[in-house]
Design a protein around this ligand. Structure first.
Ligand code: SF4
Length: 239
């Protein structure tokens, strides 16, 4: 049984290499990290687990199909850390019915079944998260991704995160790197913003700053993105 925090969609993927693509999100419950700026703590903290459901792969796929009237779609497996769960049966069943799967994880738990994914987004967390990457485990996650298209994504809140992203890109020079502006609404002790539309203005300011750094360094192989879903829906949950 898989702990599921929420299943929602169709919506658009708001981040990374598949930005703008229609998708249904399956958000699993539980995470081995506690990032300071986590925007999905409701899918992380054990004290939120009374809101999670225990579902098998048939139940998850059936619920995804309810959101699409049975039509195949990109299923985004997110969390929490979805790699904590055995998602292989879900991948097997879904792919038999022409669903495609992308999984987003910080790269702390390598899984053999990663190779059955269509896309694997590895998102190592920079210094502002207060988590430290275990590069040995991260390397194993990269090694398991012989089937899916693999991309790296780093969320950037400050220049230390940016430097971390650059050194990560140098370490994995043959894997495409996506930079994403961190959502300041989720920074701890942020009194500046409520869950309102003003967050987009701050996000855009951060985005321009991030572009300045990238252009300054002539880093022309990286893709720099804002968070599309925040621009469209602000900080409302389940979009
Ligand atoms: S890894 Fe992701 S889900 Fe887990 S605490 Fe960090 S931001 Fe939240």
């Amino acid at each position: 049984m898989i702990r599921v925090s929420e299943i929602f969609g169709p919506t658009v993927q708001g981040e990374g290499a598949l930005i703008g693509l229609p998708t249904v999100f399956v958000r699993t419950g539980g995470c081995d990290y506690r990032c300071t700026w986590c925007d999905t703590l409701y899918a992380v903290l054990p004290e939120q687990s009374s809101e999670w459901r225990r579902m098998n792969s048939d139940e998850i796929l059936n619920e995804v199909k309810k959101h699409t009237d049975g039509n195949p779609i990109l299923v985004t497996l997110s969390g929490g850390n979805p790699a904590m769960h055995d998602l292989e049966p879900l991948l097997d069943k879904g792919k038999r019915e022409d669903f495609t799967f992308a999984l987003e994880t910080q790269g702390s738990i390598p899984r053999k079944w990663f190779r059955k994914l269509d896309w694997l987004f590895l998102s190592p967390k920079g210094p502002s998260s207060s988590e430290a990457v275990d590069w040995e485990k991260f390397d194993k996650c990269v090694a398991e991704s012989v089937g899916p298209k693999l991309v790296l994504k780093v969320t950037v809140f400050n220049e230390q995160d940016y430097d971390f992203a650059k050194s990560t890109a140098e370490r994995y020079y043959d894997i495409p790197m996506y930079l994403q502006v961190g959502n300041p609404n989720f920074l701890p002790n942020n009194k500046m913003l409520g869950a309102d539309r003003k967050s987009e203005d701050v996000l855009m300011r951060q985005y321009r700053l991030l572009l300045d750094w990238v252009f300054r360094d002539k880093w022309f192989s990286v893709t720099v993105l804002p968070q599309l879903h925040v621009m469209v829906w602000g900080n409302e949950r389940a979009h």
